[in-house]
Design a protein around this ligand. Sequence first.
Ligand SMILES: NC(=O)c1ccc[n+]([C@@H]2O[C@H](COP(=O)([O-])OP(=O)(O)OC[C@H]3O[C@@H](n4cnc5c(N)ncnc54)[C@H](O)[C@@H]3O)[C@@H](O)[C@H]2O)c1
Ligand SMILES: O=c1ccn([C@@H]2O[C@H](COP(=O)(O)OP(=O)(O)O[C@H]3OC[C@@H](O)[C@H](O)[C@H]3O)[C@@H](O)[C@H]2O)c(=O)[nH]1
Length: 342
Amino acid sequence: MATNSSNGATKQPPMPSPLRFSKFFQSNMRILVTGGAGFIGSHLVDKLMENEKNEVIVADNYFTGSKDNLKRWIGHPRFELIRHDVTEQLLIEVDQIYHLACPASPIFYKYNPVKTIKTNVIGTLNMLGLAKRVGARILLTSTSEVYGDPLVHPQPESYWGNVNPIGVRSCYDEGKRVAETLMFDYHRQHGIEIRIARIFNTYGPRMNIDDGRVVSNFIAQAIRGEPLTVQVPGTQTRSFCYVSDMVDGLIRLMEGENTGPINIGNPGEFTMIELAENVKELINPKVQINMVENTPDDPRQRKPDITKAKELLRWEPKVKLYDGLPLMEEDFRQRLGVPKSN
Ligand SMILES: NC(=O)c1ccc[n+]([C@@H]2O[C@H](COP(=O)([O-])OP(=O)(O)OC[C@H]3O[C@@H](n4cnc5c(N)ncnc54)[C@H](O)[C@@H]3O)[C@@H](O)[C@H]2O)c1
Ligand SMILES: O=c1ccn([C@@H]2O[C@H](COP(=O)(O)OP(=O)(O)O[C@H]3OC[C@@H](O)[C@H](O)[C@H]3O)[C@@H](O)[C@H]2O)c(=O)[nH]1
């Protein structure tokens, strides 16, 4: 209550402790995001935090993610960040689980392949165990890599894939395939509510500058004035989805009635030479394009069939590659400290 001081000025009461709000805060939905300090995870957290009825908990071991991606939420009463490796049990009470934890860039998932398998298999088992204990709905971010080097093009969800089980990419591809199997076995055996998204190549601000994936590589190279490294033959294709579209698709899948698997991706298909030419034209027309060696088992073509996402989720991507690349350029220039010269 305001009081009058001797000189007649009104004295304001002290500010309440910010903890006062968190003490009495009651969310309608408590949501766990594993891998929430990573690229897609942190954008998902931003979107979930927009809803004042959500309380968001991130569990991440910071292998490829960073607290920096979440700095705007640290200290917020509806947000909690836990350093946690999903290969260990996690005992908390939540209503929904977005299970993203897993390195996604080939150079990182190949770095410690046994750990990648453990993350996919033991990590997914642990999160399913948590979902079972507390009755939470769980969404797995699977991947287009479950189709391997696809012999069907574009890839519908009904395609079983063409995966090398003993190759250098298998820790990720087969790891995700087992994770999908575990999701369906928990669903059938224990009645767990599951959702599976098969994510196709996604790009956008906050990707690690040295992430190693193609879009971040080309943009960083163009800004630094280094040659763009197109891995041979350069005619291999990918279809790139902007991260805001991806987050929208994931939330629609979680909130909808379909288990999936559902492809979420942008069907606009480009060869790696075309991508390099686009980046060159948009960011640095003087930069060279060099052909370099490739890695084993690189899929030759990839494009999602998104009929199911359109019909069941009423979802389709909005951002074209040509519009998304400049948004990413802006973020990379800021982080690299290289302003655009006119
Ligand atoms: N970005 C894409 O193009 C793409 C495509 C297909 C699938 N996905 C899937 O989406 C998810 C997120 O991908 P991203 O691009 O944001 O990758 P990312 O590497 O930026 O994020 C992954 C996050 O998981 C964390 N993590 C890794 N292992 C962990 C563990 N054992 N315990 C706890 N945390 C762990 C990392 O520290 C990081 O924060 C992954 O599951 C990935 O397989 C991504
Ligand atoms: O500098 C580079 C990097 C990559 N590439 C090529 O670009 C293509 C895409 O490679 P990336 O490393 O970005 O990603 P990939 O498509 O191979 O794998 C991705 O697929 C889907 C997700 O599960 C993961 O994010 C990741 O595994 C490949 O053909 C690769 O050979 C280049 O030409 N130059």
